[in-house]
Every structure is written in structure tokens, then in C-alpha cells.
Ligand binder design. Sequence first.
Ligand code: PHE
Length: 350
Amino acid sequence: MIAKLDEIFKTFQNEIKNIEKMPDLMQLKSRYLGKTGELSGILKGLKDATPEERQSIGAKSNQFKRQMEDMVVDRIQEIELAQINESLEAKRIDISLRDSLLEKGMDKAGLHPVSTIQREIEDIFLNMGFEILDGPHIEDEYHNFEALNIPEDHPARDMQDTFWFEREGENRHLLRTHTSSIQVHGMKKHKPPFKFVGPGKVFRCERTDASHEMCFHQLEGMMVGENISVANLIYFMKTLLSEIFKKEVEVRLRPGFFPFVEPGFELDIRCLICGGDGCSVCKQSGWVELLPCGMVHPNVLKHGEVDTTKYNGFAFGLGLDRLVMMKYGIDDIRHLHGGDLRFVSQFANY
Ligand code: PHE
């Protein structure tokens, strides 16, 4: 029986060496060490043996059993390691790929042109004493609409324009449709006089085309104080635009309607391409519509807890994507966030 035990141990040793897969290993384990396995078979035969034989065979088989169990544990670790190595190999990242980007001149990192222009404009406003504020992308109806004097039945609340979240109780949430919601946060945060700008992404549930995207960028501006007038508004806008375009720009105001400003305006600039003679960019009019603005509606100030007997203000909303397009002559807004490296790498600046 001792010889038989030795043989079982030897064949086990040989077999386990060749096993590569976990299920095969488990099968081997139960074939040798299970209740009806080879070792148990031997131990069952012990009842016919002499007490001496019983003792020596019992000790030997226990010793083999322990050794075999240890070998199974070791093998499990080896198989797992092999599996990890195999999957690492399969998911291996080909770092030589960078070479092909290098060849195409797409190896440089840099800021997206929208970020660059946003930073430029932030600097201009910081120099004029404005603060930079941030606001959440996810807003509620109050901050995006109600506090901005946009009543329940206003078309801007239409399902087609707004990405709504599923209703949870009274307060419905949405992806902000404009940075004007930052006005509401800003007014609550400050006591007048104050002036701030708030840049960021905005979202509209719209069909996309060359001049419409579902996600684009605005920079909101608000100034509240005593005796603020349209002249102040024009001054700040003119200074901003001359800084951006690095030359004196001529501006004009046309009436424009936004529920949160009264009076509201569309600010146009004299076309920088043709100097006002008329071209395709300005559609032969000599003027390019650039930014909506106006004097803050008293209802908005009241929602912001501003004393309207003492203070008033102006606000504006600058579209950053449009500015980038004008600056670089890009004719389709969808290029900006299409994720095409050939496009963005042209703006790599370091
Ligand atoms: N929030 C307006 C829009 O997105 C722009 C705007 C801002 C108009 C501030 C007037 C004053 O269309």
C-alpha cells in the first residue's frame, strides 16, 4: 500500500505540472483529494491492515495529502498570474502609436481655442475690476428661468430647447440653457455695488448645424451699482471688444428682447473683415451681431435681493464659440467639439 501511495503521489506531481486551466485543476484536486478520490480509496483499504501498517500508511497519506494541497494552492497562484499576464499582454498599450501622431504634427498638447479665448477675456475683465464666478451646469427652474423673469409659459421653457431631468418633487432640474443663471447666484452672494463675469458651458436641446451645437460656451457679465447707465454698458463692451480684436471697434445697439433685461439690446460691431463696406461675413450689411445685453430688469434684481430703489445694473451674454469662429475663420461650430485631433492640434500652443 505504501508503494501504491508513492505512485499516486508521483502521478499527481506529473499531472499537476501540465495543468494550465483552473477547471482542470479543480477536477484534478477532487480526483485525488476529494471524498471519493484516490487518497480516500487507500484510506478505506486501511481497515484490513495491521495496526502498524495503519499507523505508517496513515501518517504517510496525511503527509502526501498536505503536500498535494500545498501544490494545488501554488498552482492556483501560478495559473492566476499567467492569466493576469495574458490579459495585460492583450491590453498592452502600443506606445509607439505616438510616432504616427508625431509624423502628422499632432503630438503637441495645448489649450482648446475656446479655453484660450475664455482666459483672455477673463483677464480683460479682471483688469477692469470684475470678479470671476462659476455656477453649476445642473440648475433648477428657479435659477435658470423664474429668477430671471422668464415666466412659466415663455417659449424659452419649451421642451425642445431645454434638457430636463426627470421631475423629483416640486423642483424640476435641467441643464442650464444660459450662463444668466450665474447672475442669480452672483446677486445672492454679493451686496451692491458689484461686478462679475461668469463663463461656462450651456446646453440646448436643438438640432445641430453649422451654427448650432447642443453644448456651447457663454460668458455672462453683470454690473450692479448706483446710477448705472447704458453709457457704462457701452463703455465696458467697447473696451472688451477693442482688447479682444486688438483694435478700436465701432459698436451700435439695436433693440433686442430678453425677459431679464429692460431695455434689452443686440450689440453689433462694424464688420472687421470688410471694415463696413459689406462682405459675406456681415451679409453685406457692414455690421456683425455680437452680443445680447441690456439693463437688468427690476424683477431680476428683486429676486437677487437687491434694493431697486437704490441700485440698478447692466448684464450681457457673450457667445465664446462664435468669437473663436470669427477670430480663426472657422465656418462650422461642430468642428470645435468634434474631437478631431487634426482640428484641435492646429491650436496647440505649447
Ligand atoms: N442669456 C441670454 C441668452 O443666452 C443672453 C443674454 C445675457 C441677454 C444677458 C441679455 C443679457 O440668449
